[in-house]
Design a protein around this ligand. Structure first.
Ligand SMILES: C[S@@+](CC[C@H](N)C(=O)[O-])C[C@H]1O[C@@H](n2cnc3c(N)ncnc32)[C@H](O)[C@@H]1O
Length: 265
């Protein structure tokens, strides 16, 4: 296999033949036009695109934001440990590749509960591990992370477009438990779908159904609250395409909005 290029193996024994398979990781990949997806995931992505015409563009912009956030974390802040919760399927460029291009000693712990075995192998590289877990199992995830990262050293907690697909009653409380385990000098990077992008309640319901009901979009204010009062670095919590600096014309209105920001712990 060509380095860095992920090819879906439909005969993966751990994943069956894909019939009726819809994973959040797969829908996100399909929205970005990735080929390594099941037909049902591509169909779900098509339904979402019909309900929100900017959905595909925003998925791509979110991924680009994650990569810029990693450059900021490692290159600007000198934080060389990343705990990537809800990391998603491997893509052409992954968090550890961006981090290690800046600092070859950078270490990454990837956590997801939906990445197929073929994808997991591609996320396991020198300086990285992949842990298959529910991020709501905080103690277990932190225990595994501590086998690979020195959690007494500054660490970036990366939550790229994941908290709106995690079914928890107290998302801020979940994040706080991770934050409390990290030392001063650490960072919290988070992006999240906002329900203030113009989609009507009916359109939002169509999108939620495409995610098999596992979607909890929030207001800008509620997303801001997920940072638990931590100080956000400039420019604060903004549309992902405009972070960290506004140089582009922006994303056309089309129903959805994805905002992101980085805070100091
Ligand atoms: C939209 S993708 C985001 C991928 C990546 N973080 C990014 O921003 O490019 C959301 C990911 O969160 C994962 N996820 C959802 N709920 C999760 C949970 N409870 N525990 C672990 N991973 C979860 C999904 O499997 C999916 O891969």
């Amino acid at each position: 296999m060509t380095a860095g290029v992920y090819t879906w193996n439909m005969s993966d024994p751990n994943d069956g033949d894909g019939a009726g398979t819809v994973s959040q990781a797969g829908i996100y990949t399909a929205l970005q036009g990735g080929a390594d997806t099941y037909v049902d995931e591509r169909e779900a992505a098509a339904i979402i695109r019909r309900a929100a015409s900017n959905a595909a563009q925003l998925a791509t912009e979110n991924r680009a934001w994650v990569m810029r956030a990693v450059r900021y974390i490692v290159g600007h802040q000198g934080v060389r440990q990343i705990l990537d919760l809800g990391c998603g399927k491997p893509q052409r460029t992954n968090v550890h590749q961006v981090a290690q291009a800046i600092d070859p000693e950078a270490r990454v712990v990837y956590v997801d509960n939906d990445v197929p075995t073929t994808g997991r192998a591609l996320l396991e590289a020198p300086g990285t591990i992949y842990h298959h877990a529910d991020i709501a199992d905080v103690e277990e995830v932190l225990a595994v992370a501590a086998t690979h990262l020195d959690l007494c050293q500054p660490t970036a907690l990366l939550l790229g477009s994941v908290m709106h697909v995690v079914p928890v009653d107290d998302p801020a409380g979940l994040i706080r438990r991770y934050v409390q385990a990290l030392p001063s000098g650490s960072l919290l990077a988070l992006s999240h779908v906002s329900n203030e992008g113009g989609a009507t309640p009916a359109q939002q319901e169509v999108i939620r159904k495409a995610y098999a009901g596992r979607l909890w979009v929030r207001t800008f204010e509620a997303i801001h609250d997920l940072f638990g009062g931590l100080e956000l670095v400039t420019p604060g919590l903004v549309d992902v395409w405009s972070w960290p600096h506004i140089t582009e014309v922006g994303i056309p209105e089309g129903g959805l909005r994805v905002v992101g920001g980085i805070a100091r712990i």
